[in-house]
Design a protein around this ligand. Structure first.
Ligand code: SF4
Length: 342
């Protein structure tokens, strides 16, 4: 059974100009996303900024409301949980943020910040046990117990991210949603944090949804990759397959900008014209057509569906041949691994 199954997730935000005016439009930040995570698996979610990947993350941990679609955790529908049931479930799914500085209260010591997470879920019987658990968590993420007495501004960026990870781990989650956890760090520190996440996954049997725009990092960490564009998944498959044989022109452009993903393969840098269109007013047909070097007449009117053209590899593009009858992406029952090889 999948640990997490996301079915047809939509997150739309109405735009309002004034308190009493009608919403003149809707931002379709996430517009029909389906995927699953098997226990212990890492799935990478990539795309340019503004493609909706962070909104997917925030919807999964219920920081933004779900407009439509369902989220199953271990087979249980958690889409509409609230109150005590939501608080209890949140122990299972924690988020690691891009900027730990903004997620840590500058007035709290590291020990207080991590201890707060323990207190919310009643995981320490007294002050002594609380301190012991905080120090153990700090050691687990490569810091020292004495870091508990420091404030966030006294730490480096890498140390703050380690504290963010320790705080997430304090409640013993099964799933970590990591939203660009290394993109604000120096390259040398990025590698240390990626290695730490891998070590913690092995030790604790964690499952990761790893969100990033750097495909090299995502390929290194992930078994499968999902590529998002304008609120939808446009390509999905095994990480090696997607990175070595990308089929969607958008994935090809993303990969062409990454040196060293495939040292055996020389790529010509593909520069996409313009910025991604606004999710407030997405183009008709294939949403990628205004920037696609291969666009043809059909692309301007007909939206391509995400189909499995080779086992386990799904692409939404009219130019990618699909076997007949094709299996649409995310067409499996709740709890099944929708994106796993057939
Ligand atoms: Fe490009 Fe057309 Fe494929 Fe969209 S469907 S990615 S516009 S070729």
């Amino acid at each position: 059974m999948a640990l997490l199954e996301v079915q047809n997730l939509h997150v739309h935000f109405p735009i309002r100009r004034g308190l009493l005016t009608r919403a003149p439009g809707t931002v379709k930040a996430v517009d029909g996303v389906s995927f699953s995570l098997a226990p212990g698996e890492t799935v990478g979610l990539v795309g340019e900024s503004g493609c909706g990947k962070t909104t997917v993350a925030r919807a999964l941990v219920r920081l933004v409301p779900v407009t439509k679609g369902r989220i199953f955790y271990a087979g249980r529908d958690v889409t509409a949980l609230n109150g005590a049931a939501l608080r209890a479930w949140r122990r299972q799914v924690q988020m690691v943020f891009q900027d730990p500085y903004s997620s840590l209260d500058p007035r709290m010591t590291v020990g207080q910040a991590i201890g707060e997470a323990l207190d919310i879920h009643g995981l320490a019987a007294n002050r002594t046990e609380r301190r012991e658990r905080v120090e153990k968590l700090l050691l687990d993420v490569g810091l020292e117990g004495s870091h508990a007495d420091r404030y966030p501004h006294e730490l480096s960026g890498g140390q703050r991210q380690r504290v963010g990870i320790a705080r997430a781990l304090a409640v013993e989650p099964k799933l970590l949603v990591c939203d660009e956890p290394v993109s604000a760090l120096d390259v040398s520190i990025q590698a240390q944090i990626v290695n730490l996440l891998q070590d913690l996954q092995r030790e604790h049997g964690l499952t990761y949804l790893f969100i990033a725009h750097d495909l090299a990092v995502v390929e290194h960490l992930s078994r499968r990759i999902l590529v998002m564009y304008l609120g939808r998944i446009v390509e999905a498959g095994e990480a090696r397959e997607v990175c070595r044989a990308p089929r969607h022109p958008y994935t090809q452009a993303l990969l062409s900008a990454v040196p060293g993903v495939d040292p055996d393969q020389k790529r010509t840098r593909l520069i996409l014209p313009g910025d991604p269109p606004s999710p407030l007013n997405p183009p008709p047909g294939c949403p990628f057509h205004p920037r696609c070097p291969l666009a043809e007449a059909r692309c301007r009117v007909e939206r391509p569906v995400l189909y499995e053209h080779t086992p386990g590899h799904f692409t939404a593009c009219h130019l990618v041949d699909a076997p007949r009858p094709p299996r649409p992406f995310g067409s499996t029952a709740p709890g099944a691994a929708a994106t796993s090889p057939a």
